[in-house]
Design a binder for this molecule. Structure first.
Ligand code: ATP
Ligand code: MG
Length: 347
C-alpha cells in the first residue's frame, strides 16, 4: 500500500466519537453532516472510541453501558445517512493493536508537550478532575488518538478547532516515527470545520447531552414539538407586538439551519423584527421544520430497526476491516523498529 492512498486507491479519513450517549442536532451540525458528505469522496473509517471514554468514565456501570451506547451511536450514524458500504465503523477496544502502537508512540512525545495543551485541562475540568489528580491516561488522550489515526494510516482527519492541536501532535509523532525507523505513516492533514457550536434549547451555551438542552436525532415528533415549545428566545420581548431580535435568538438560529423553506424563514424574521408575529407561531413552524428535517432520519432508523442484529453486524464487519488494516500497519511498524527481529531471534 502506498502512503498516498488507502486500499482502494482513495485517501482515507478517520473520524468518530466516544460512546457516551445519543447524537443530537449539535453533533449533526458540528461533525455528522460533513462525514455523510465526505464518505463519497474518501474511504472512511469511523471509530467508536470506547478506550477514550475510559479516560474520564471508567466505573463498572460506565463500562456496562458501552455496548448499549455503541449500538445507539451507530444507529444514529446510520439514520444520519452514514452508509456502511462506504464507511467502516469499528469498536476501538476490539482492535488491540491500538494499545501496542500507543505504547510505542508514548516514547516519542514529551510530558511537557502534552501538559501545555488547553484541551487536556478542559477535559479534566469537564470531568471534575483536579490538576493534581490528572490520570496518566487522560494526559495521554491525544497520544491514544494519534495511535488510532496512525494505525488506520489515515490521510485526513476532520476536526473542530478544539481538536486541531491533537492532529498536530499526530503529525509530529508520524514524522518522528518515520525519521527514527523508516516511513510507515502518512502525515495526516486536519480537515478543519470552523462551524460555531450549535446553541442549546435553553440559550445557555452549546447544545450538549449532559446539559439537558439537546434535541436528539432520535427524538420523535411529539418530543421535538415539546422541546421547541419550551425553548428560550429573545428575553427582552414580552409581547408579540414588541419588535424582537433575530440575531443570536436560538429560534432563528435553528430556523436558518434546519428550515428548508427559505421564504418562510425570511417572512418570520421580517415579522419578528417588526413585532408582527408571536413566539408561538415561530415555534410551531420551527417544530414543523425540524420534524421535516428529521423525517429521512426516522425513515432510515425504522429501516435499520426492522432488521434485528444488523447494527451489531455492521459494527462487527467494520471491526474486521480495521483489524486487517491494523495487522498490516503493525507488521510494518515492528519490522521497521526491528522488534520482530528480536522475537524471531529467540528460536
Ligand atoms: P457531554 O454533555 O457528555 O459533554 P456532548 O453532547 O457535549 O456531551 P460530546 O461527546 O462532548 O457531546 O461531543 C463530541 C463532539 O461533538 C465535540 O468534540 C464536538 O466536535 C461535537 N459537538 C458536540 N456538541 C456540539 C454542538 N452543540 N455544536 C457543534 N458541535 C458539537
Ligand atoms: Mg461535551
Amino acid at each position: 500500500m502506498s502512503l498516498e492512498t488507502g486500499l482502494d486507491g482513495k485517501k482515507r479519513i478517520l473520524t468518530g466519537d466516544r460512546p457516551t450517549g445519543r447524537l443530537h442536532l449539535g453533533h449533526w451540525v458540528g461533525s455528522i453532516a460533513a462525514r455523510v458528505k465526505l464518505q463519497h469522496e474518501y474511504e472512511t473509517v469511523i471509530i467508536v472510541a470506547d478506550l477514550h471514554m475510559l479516560t474520564t468514565k471508567r466505573s463498572r456501570d460506565d463500562i456496562r453501558q458501552i455496548l448499549f451506547n455503541a449500538r445507539g451511536l451507530v444507529l444514529d450514524y446510520l439514520s444520519s445517512g452514514i452508509d456502511p458500504e462506504k464507511s467502516a465503523i469499528y469498536l476501538q477496544s476490539a482492535v488491540p493493536e491500538t494499545h501496542e502502537l500507543h505504547t510505542y508512540l508514548q516514547n516519542l512525545v514529551t510530558v511537557n508537550r502534552l501538559l501545555r495543551l488547553p484541551s487536556i485541562k478542559q477535559m479534566a475540568q469537564d470531568a471534575n478532575i483536579a490538576e493534581e489528580s490528572l490520570p496518566f491516561g487522560l494526559l495521554g488522550y491525544p497520544v491514544l488518538q494519534a495511535a488510532d489515526i496512525l494505525l488506520a494510516r489515515a490521510h485526513l482527519v476532520p476536526v473542530g478547532r478544539d481538536n486541531l492541536a491533537h492532529v498536530e501532535i499526530t503529525r509530529e509523532l508520524a514524522r518522528q516515527f518515520n525519521s527514527n525507523y523508516g516511513p510507515v505513516f502518512p502525515e495526516p492533514e486536519p480537515l478543519l470545520s470552523d462551524i460555531a457550536a450549535l446553541v442549546g434549547t435553553d440559550n445557555r451555551g452549546k447544545m450538549s447531552k449532559s446539559a439537558g438542552n439537546a434535541i436528539f436525532l432520535s427524538d420523535d415528533e411529539q418530543t421535538v414539538a415539546a422541546k421547541v415549545q419550551g425553548m428560550f428566545t429573545d428575553p427582552k420581548r414580552i409581547h408579540a407586538d414588541t419588535p424582537g431580535t433575530v440575531e443570536g435568538n436560538p429560534l432563528f438560529i435553528y430556523h436558518r439551519i434546519f428550515n428548508a423553506n427559505r421564504t418562510e424563514v425570511e417572512d418570520l424574521e421580517k415579522r419578528y423584527t417588526a413585532g408582527k408575529v408571536g413566539d408561538r407561531e415561530v415555534k410551531e413552524k420551527l417544530a414543523g421544520a425540524l420534524n421535516n428535517f428529521l423525517g429521512p432520519f426516522r425513515r432510515r432508523m425504522a429501516f435499520y430497526q426492522s432488521k434485528p442484529g444488523i447494527v451489531d453486524e455492521i459494527i462487527w464487519n467494520g471491526t474486521l476491516k480495521m483489524q486487517r488494516i491494523a495487522a498490516e500497519t503493525m507488521r510494518e511498524v515492528r519490522e521497521k523498529m526491528g522488534l520482530d527481529h528480536v522475537w524471531k531471534s529467540l528460536h
